[in-house]
Design a protein around this ligand. Structure first.
Ligand code: GN1
Ligand code: MG
Length: 363
């Protein structure tokens, strides 16, 4: 955590002539350090990028600027009700390099907004479906070769399995034993969960611009009208990918009956009413652009993305928590258990999930 004095100095590189009134940490992210800045004129989000995770930070910032500018133009042209992020420059660059090791970026804060960590009702879920569907819609014509793959193979199950196996070999007995039931689950599904990645690798499914972190709290909703979505934020992981990554990750986050950190596994399951509402909103925006083949694999996307997150949290637990920020010793194991419980619930409800998907996309 940076001192207030240090943060004031960093802000001055972006906002030379503005008097900063308040700086407060925003603590929900697992990777970067984020702050809410209030000046005499406006409000901002200041972020210190985690350069261990994002070592290709120049490309990350370029992706952010390219995609947000593209979306802004698209929204203006089409009279969209939505907004997007705006990256603010220092005198020269879109970032500030501090002491040759910390990379800082500043964005406008979208005012009168709020985020949800757990969906409060179906209307919010429908709206979330519309916003993430609209992200895919608005970026359909972006040339994927202009956007860098800043975290190569980010959603590759084969890569995540390799990382998991390495961690398993090096893990302490205690952590390995505590993970045992999930290790068995991983081994049962390891083959079937590689299928989506194969479809990507052999170009059976089209490459699109994907957000790659489509959790509920990456959508801003209006403070005064909570069922009105304002903007999709956190464009850190925008890359070329499969639409299934974004659809699956949304369902993982938005249609679970519990948050990702909940340690009461009895509370964790897939909410089918929410699944229906999300599909409805999502299909509204995307049904003219997604191909029937893409639509037919959406349920596999749901299973795969939940599996990946369980795997990544468990791997980090086995590695003694080196990647995600944690608040207590078993935090990553709790998160992994939560995700694998959700995964089992999706498997149990797979027939209904397939039917609801077909109905909404009119297959
Ligand atoms: C991380 O840092 P944050 O909270 O935006 C992670 C995502 C996970 C998410 C789980 C680069 O995102 O992949 O889905 O945590 N980002 C990275 O909440 O690993
Ligand atoms: Mg993120």
């Amino acid at each position: 955590m940076q001192s207030q004095d240090q943060l004031f100095l960093i802000c001055a590189h972006f906002l030379e002539s503005e008097c900063i009134k308040r700086i407060e940490p925003l603590t929900s992210g697992h990777i970067n350090d984020t702050y809410h800045i209030v000046s005499e004129k406006d409000e901002y989000v200041l972020q210190r990028l985690n350069t261990h995770v994002f070592n290709n930070y120049i490309s990350l910032i370029q992706n952010k600027v390219t995609i947000s500018n593209y979306i802004k133009k698209f929204y203006n042209k089409n009279g969209s009700p939505y907004k997007t992020i705006t990256v603010i420059k220092t005198k020269g660059d879109s970032f500030y390099l501090e002491n040759n090791d910390s990379i800082w970026i500043l964005m406008h804060y979208i005012r009168e907004s709020q985020v949800f960590y757990k969906a409060p009702n179906k209307d919010v879920v429908f709206e979330a479906g519309k916003l993430y569907g609209n992200f895919t819609y608005a970026t359909t014509s972006v040339d994927c070769s202009k956007i860098s793959e800043i975290l190569p193979d980010f959603h590759s199950v084969p890569l995540r399995l390799k990382q998991f196996e390495k961690a398993l070999k090096l893990a302490s007995n205690k952590r390995r034993k505590a993970s045992q039931s999930w290790i068995d689950l991983i081994n049962n599904y390891r083959r079937s969960m590689c299928e989506l990645w194969k479809l990507k690798e052999n170009n059976t499914l089209p490459r699109r611009i994907t957000h790659n972190d489509t959790k509920l709290s990456n959508i801003l909703f209006s403070k005064t009208d909570p069922v009105k979505g304002l903007a999709v934020i956190d464009l850190d992981t925008v890359m070329p990918g499969l639409v299934h990554f974004d659809f699956g990750d949304s369902i993982r986050s938005i249609c679970s009956t519990a948050t990702e950190d909940d340690d009461n596994l009895n509370k964790v399951s897939i909410n089918l009413d929410y699944y229906n509402a999300f599909c409805m909103g999502y299909a509204n925006e995307t049904k003219n652009i997604l191909t029937p083949l893409e639509i037919s694999y959406l349920p596999l996307g749901v299973q795969t993305l939940i599996f990946i997150m369980g795997l990544r949290f468990l791997t980090d637990f086995l590695n003694n928590d080196t990647y995600y920020k944690t608040d207590y010793q078993l935090h990553n194991l709790v998160r992994a258990s939560n995700q694998f419980t959700l995964f089992n619930s999706v498997i149990e409800n797979l027939d209904s999930i397939k039917t609801i998907t077909k109905q909404n996309f009119q297959l």
